[in-house]
Write a protein that binds this ligand. Structure first.
Ligand code: NAP
Ligand code: MG
Length: 501
């Protein structure tokens, strides 16, 4: 019998090859948000005691757009003197106004902030994407919406604290010093300010150096909402500014979100003081896919969990643990889907993957990926065209990863996925827990009983089943092990800002 080798038809080619071959035929027309109506001032001062004040050092630093490398504005660099002024303003505001207000009136102010955020949602989303590089889809549909929801949720608790902790006499702590990172600038500010204000504390907040703008717009919103002067103070600056804030002797409560390294430093710096502290730190989450999972749904969850928002997410599913029998199919589907991801202009509504937040972060991602190749893992990067200017990194997966590889152990904080396999649920759990972190995890299976069995054994603060990266203000979030301690969100999030009997 004569057999002829079937000709390789387009239909049989993997989609990623098709996307490369026919890519341009399927491109979306650009749909950028116009920033015309957005007003970014050329310079921002410090918001202290209800006034915009020049920094004591007279120093300013630039904030740029990581997608174009253009300067957007310059912001004040606060030093120890400015921090001292801000903490004093917060103390006066606490003694004079905020602790004397009826809880129901405090709640009204917090509701007001939530409404103002909703009114200015479009402007905030655009500025967030310009300053930080994240796609407008993310900032518009997630960051700003969740920030407003957070203020709304905690406003409701302001006059119900006695019901939240019956018989335990909940009392405010005083002045909170809060330091936040660059990956969710507005949302992290909301996570910090909303529960602190609702429980009756006053605040000094320091945004990250590379993404100060939405926190400054929030300061303007707070000014417009007519909060008593000094109840919220926003001080921009670098690491030294954060260190001066958390180390200030008149701060009663330190709330920090950022890297595990800096978290440890802060904990050491305040050891022995009476300051109450919560730390939300790094992560190296495992996304566990069993062979019985709805695979196409899982692929979307894996892709969203690590590539959207450039992997700049502390709870990103940066390790994929896939049951061995399903691994070939999952990896093929992943590569196909990766080839369709659209990387580029963060202001374009079609963009899935935006710019890396800073040159420093880009270098860190590149260095870790180079170590992955050097240690013997196999790299596949999505075939994305890279814009000429700005900081970009193509979504990347590594297969053939072993537990000892740095890419399996260290937080990359970029669009990079390390894939490992397992044969039994016990092995999946052991591998998932084999990390110094414990922030989050994902489970994909058709069996509800299996997800509960696995979830109970995972050492992670949040476990998602057949979904990933879902948030709600009523649901507490926080880590185990070196991912930190304390919870933000939900009734539990109130406790970080209260003394209870
Ligand atoms: P980072 O370097 O730790 O910085 C976080 C914040 O701390 C920034 O505002 C930073 O200022 C400030 N800072 C730096 N040194 C300080 C010091 N010695 N004392 C006080 N403050 C100091 O972290 P990042 O690179 O901005 O953010 C990424 C990290 O945050 C990742 O590890 C990620 O996992 C983690 N994260 C965790 C969560 C969570 O909820 N668990 C959420 C988001 C992010 P500068 O910006 O000027 O350096
Ligand atoms: Mg910036």
């Amino acid at each position: 019998m004569v057999t002829t080798e079937p000709k390789e038809s387009a239909a049989k080619k993997p989609a990623n090859e098709l996307a490369i071959q026919f890519g341009s035929a399927w491109e979306y027309a650009p749909a950028p948000e116009t920033p015309d109506h957005v007003k970014i001032e050329p310079r921002y001062e410090l918001f202290i005691g209800g006034k915009w004040q020049a920094p004591h050092s007279k120093k300013y630093f630039d904030t740029i757009s990581p997608s174009t490398e253009e300067k957007l504005s310059e912001v004040a660099e606060a030093d120890a003197t400015d921090i001292d002024n801000a903490v004093k303003a917060a103390r006066v505001a606490y003694e004079k106004y905020w602790s004397k207000l009826r809880p129901i009136d405090r709640g009204k102010y917090v509701y007001r902030i939530s409404r103002a955020l909703q009114e200015k949602a479009r402007e905030l989303a655009i500025v967030e994407s310009m300053d930080g590089g994240k796609p407008i889809k993310e900032s518009r549909d997630f960051d700003v919406v969740q920030a407003a929801a957070h203020f709304f949720y905690y406003a409701g608790w302001a006059d119900k604290l006695a019901y939240a902790f019956p018989g335990r006499n909940p009392r405010a702590l005083g002045v909170a010093g809060q330091v936040i990172p660059w990956n969710f600038p507005l949302l992290m500010a909301a996570w910090k300010l909303a529960p602190a204000l609702a429980t009756g504390n006053t605040c000094v907040l320091k945004p990250a150096e590379t993404t100060p703008l939405t926190a400054l717009l929030l300061a303007k919103i707070i000014e417009e909402c007519d909060l008593p002067p000094g109840v919220v103070n926003i001080v921009t600056g670098a690491g030294a500014t954060g260190a001066a804030l958390v180390g200030h002797p008149d701060v009663d409560k330190v709330a920090f979100t950022g890297s595990t390294d800096v978290g440890k430093r802060i904990q050491k710096a305040i050891a022995g003081s009476k300051k109450k502290i919560t730390l939300e730190l790094g992560g190296k989450a495992a996304n566990i896919v069993f062979a019985d999972a709805p695979l196409d749904q899982a692929i979307e969850g894996i892709i969203g969990g690590i590539f959207f928002n450039q992997g700049h997410v502390c709870c990103a599913g940066s390790r994929l643990l896939v049951e061995e029998s399903a691994a070939p199919a999952v990896i093929r589907k992943l590569k196909d889907r990766m080839a369709t991801l659209r990387l580029g202009d963060p202001l374009d509504k079609n963009t899935d993957v935006g710019a890396i937040n800073s040159k420093m972060q880009l270098e860190k991602i590149r260095e870790l990926c180079a170590s992955g190749e050097k240690e013997g893992a196999e790299r596949f990067s999505a075939p994305c065209a890279m814009p000429k200017r700005g900081y970009w990194f193509a979504p990347t997966i590594f297969t053939g990863v072993s537990q000892s590889h740095r890419i399996a152990r260290e937080e990359i904080f970029g669009p990079v996925l390390a894939v490992q396999t397992f044969r039994t649920p016990e092995e999946a759990i052991e591998k998932a827990n084999n990390t110094m972190y414990g922030l989050s995890a994902g489970i994909w299976t058709d069996k509800g009983s299996k997800s509960f069995w696995v979830a109970q054994r995972l050492k992670a603060g949040v476990v998602w089943a057949n979904t990933y990266n879902k948030f709600d203000p009523s649901s507490p979030f926080g880590g185990f092990k070196e991912s930190g301690f304390g919870r933000e969100g939900g009734r539990q999030g109130l406790l970080a800002y209260l003394e209870v009997d």
